[in-house]
Design a protein around this ligand. Structure first.
Ligand code: SAM
Length: 389
């Protein structure tokens, strides 16, 4: 739980999170409305702009009653531009301000993605992040057809539910037969198939979505992550689901396993621009410099991970990023520098229907995929085959 919401009831916390998320999702459009109503453009970091953003998000997105919004916003600018804030909020209500159909992406992101993927991708991304995504569940074993009658299944051991439900109150949470995991995030482990007792190194494993999938698929999993705090969440997840893995705290830039493994899954740290629907803050804070730094780290981690794969074994590389520098470019650099390695193309029968591997067999999920069925996160996944020795 974030410190800022500590001490709040569950309902208040959910409301606070909704206000912040919707403010970040619609911030470009909220700012355009604010700027259209002030004689002078308010600086980006003044309190009055922040208060107007959250108040307008409540009015225009969350449809909170006007009097409640005004009476909670004004005390936040006590001793400041109260009249200005009051006047703008009154105008918004009198003139019935509206937001556009799609939330506009921050300009640097829109430009970067247009350059990499073309304008239609930017439009699909705007449509995708205009509302919070549905809830995807991954199951340890295929649930019966009578269970989850309102859910849609887009892949084996997957069910999609409408958003807005508290996960802890959903059926079977305590029993632990499922966990929340975006469909795209489930693809890397799907590419490893059934483990049949073989060993996989799950690198950068916490909080353990892929660890649970691999353990449930019969792999003998060694889960490694550098963060003690995130490993606690992984441990709690394994406990709830009754699945097991050897859990190791280690920085894989210096840690190394004693033996090579049949398979290695590297879910590398990245810019996380692919999970922008769930975490709209990402697109406001990620800058090209951070993407370049992440890409450099990924090159290093991928090259280390490759040493730990047995001859002829499999290496999965994944990132939840929509940046080619963290996906396609990593694979090209890797193949240039590692003789004998090849891409083991993802097959259609391993993927949900709407996800098609590219002509090299690499998986790139983009915002237009499954758009009518709730979309999916932006991920890159490559299956690489080690030379047979
Ligand atoms: C994308 S998240 C992993 C998500 C996880 N695989 C799952 O499916 O739930 C990346 C993880 O990498 C870990 N990490 C970052 N740098 C690392 C390093 N040098 N060595 C080990 N783990 C690292 C972070 O602590 C974080 O938990």
């Amino acid at each position: 739980m974030h410190a800022a919401t500590q001490g709040l009831t569950a309902t208040d916390r959910a409301f606070a999170v909704a206000i912040v998320s919707e403010t970040l999702r619609w911030m470009v459009d909220l700012d355009a409305l604010i700027d259209g109503a002030t004689a002078q453009i308010l600086p980006d970091d003044v309190k009055s702009r922040a208060v107007l953003r959250i108040a307008l998000a409540q009015l225009l997105v969350l449809k909170s009653p006007g009097h409640a919004v005004v009476s909670t916003a004004l005390p936040l600018v006590d001793g400041g531009p109260r009249r200005l804030v009051h006047a703008i909020l009154s105008r918004a209500q009198q003139e019935e301000w509206q937001l556009p159909d799609r939330a506009t992406l921050p300009l640097p992101t829109a430009e970067r993605w247009a350059e990499q993927w073309g304008l239609p991708m930017v439009e699909a991304a705007e449509a995708a992040w205009s509302a919070p995504p549905p809830i995807d569940l991954s199951f340890a074993a295929e649930p019966g057809t009578e269970e989850w009658p309102d859910a849609v299944s887009l892949a084996p051991r997957h069910r999609r539910l409408p958003r807005g439900q508290a996960v802890e109150t959903m059926p079977g949470y305590r029993e632990g037969g499922w966990w929340v995991q975006d469909l795209a995030a489930s693809l890397p482990a799907r590419l490893l198939g059934a483990g049949e007792g073989r060993t996989v190194l799950d690198l950068c494993a916490a909080p353990g979505g892929k660890t649970m999938q691999l353990a449930a698929a019969g792999w003998n999993v060694v889960a490694v992550d550098s963060s003690a705090k995130r490993l606690e969440r992984l441990r709690a997840n394994m406990e709830r689901t009754g699945l097991s893995a050897d859990i190791v705290q280690g920085d894989i830039r210096s840690w190394a396993p004693e033996d090579q493994a049949d398979a290695v899954l590297l879910d590398a740290p990245c810019s996380a621009t692919g999970i922008f629907r769930r975490h709209p803050d990402v697109l406001h804070r990620i800058e090209p410099r951070q993407i370049a730094e992440m890409a450099e780290l990924q090159t290093e981690l991928l090259s280390r991970a490759a040493r730990w794969v047995k001859p002829g074994g499999t290496l999965i590389y994944a990132t939840c990023s929509l940046e080619q520098a963290e996906g396609e470019d990593q694979v090209s650099t890797f193949l240039d520098r590692h003789a004998g390695w090849s891409i083991d193309p993802a097959r259609a029968d391993e993927l949900p229907e709407a996800v098609v591997a590219d002509d090299k067999g690499l998986i790139r999920t983009l915002p237009a995929m499954l758009a009518d069925a709730g979309g999916l996160d932006g991920f890159f996944v490559a299956r690489l085959r080690a030379p047979s020795g």
